[in-house]
Write a protein that binds this ligand. Structure first.
Ligand SMILES: [Zn+2]
Length: 319
């Protein structure tokens, strides 16, 4: 009977969004949901973004293990009861349909219990071809990272404040340990797309989803709102994702800030370039905000750093 035949799912981005939001993870009564799979996927997305994974072969490389451990230490509390180890998700992700193993040396029914065994018995993992093609697009990666972060690390307001802590923790690790990393890992870490995603979410949360310039606030839910977490000193150049290098800005004012049409002085007052031809019949014009204070986060520790604002005035602002 034809109605019993299951239609194959279209393997498009929407399909993989669902897969990423519905990973089969262990849910232990005392420990809670197991973070292994989301962290492994974040690590893989990171290495694809950095050009370290260029064909559809995910090796158990030192680089992957390093990133996995780093995210683990940042996301998972020390006393959570979860056991760190890339070998769990690397083999168990097979049950989620899009992740496959090439492992001819792995005997049937044998469970891999250490990372060394994983290296020894598994050649590599590979994704559905459709998924791997989709991952070549930075916007697609961003969507999937946001889903992993929102679903597994921040699906409520309370957890968003945890996210802010995680972001700060990642940055602290950065300062303390960056010198000791291999050059390759250092580049990956400085330009991490996952850190960038955490930064954006943390900044808009710190500003309560409001534009620091015009105070516009439109939200639909914690993952959909009209503001961006903007870097004051450019991320690509400085790799600085500390909250105090951020401003929450609506799309228009993010654009204008990046172009240097306005800047902010040491007293958090707006300075607008004098030569803007600015006509805004239904809202206040940009020039009208000249010398007004920006709206700031409730906590002073998240205020924009004066040194970063000075950099913006010197390097971006065209008075
Ligand atoms: Zn605005």
């Amino acid at each position: 009977m034809s109605e019993l035949i299951e239609k194959p799912q279209p393997q498009d981005l929407a399909y993989y969004c669902k897969c990423f939001a519905n990973l089969n993870v262990n849910n232990n009564k005392s420990r809670g949901k197991s973070p292994h799979k989301p962290i492994l996927l974040l690590s893989v997305l990171e290495l694809v973004a950095q050009g370290s994974i260029v064909n559809n072969r995910i090796l158990v490389s030192d680089e992957l293990i390093e990133i996995f451990n780093r995210y683990w230490n940042s996301f998972v509390e020390f006393d959570s009861g979860h056991q760190r180890g890339i070998h769990y998700p690397f083999t168990h992700l097979r049950r989620d349909g899009f992740w496959h193993l090439k492992a001819e040396k792995l005997p049937d029914g044998v469970r891999i219990k250490t990372t060394n065994k994983l290296k020894e018995l598994v050649d590599y993992a590979y994704l559905d071809d459709e998924l791997f093609v989709l991952l070549q697009d930075p916007l697609t990666r961003q969507v999937l990272i946001d889903i992993l972060v929102a679903t597994w690390l921040a699906d409520s307001q309370t957890e968003l404040s945890d996210l802010l802590d995680i972001n700060q923790k990642l940055e602290r690790i950065d300062r303390l340990e960056l010198e000791n990393l291999d050059a390759d890992v250092k580049v990956v870490w400085r330009k991490s797309v996952v850190r960038n995603s955490l930064f954006r979410k943390s900044v808009v949360y710190a500003y309560n989803y409001r534009c620091a310039f015009c105070q516009l606030r439109i939200t639909r839910n914690p993952t959909q709102n009209i503001v961006d977490g903007a870097h004051i000193k450019h991320f690509a150049e400085f790799g600085d994702s500390k909250i105090d290098n951020g401003l929450s800005l609506c799309k228009n004012h993010h654009w204008a800030f990046d172009l240097g049409w306005f800047t902010i002085d040491d007293n958090y007052k707006i300075l607008v370039a004098g030569d803007l031809d600015d006509d805004s019949p239904y809202a206040r014009s940009m020039k009208d905000f000249h010398h007004e204070s920006i709206s700031l986060p409730s906590k002073e520790q998240y205020f924009p750093r004066l040194e970063a604002l000075e950099w913006h005035r010197q390097n971006k602002f065209k008075a």
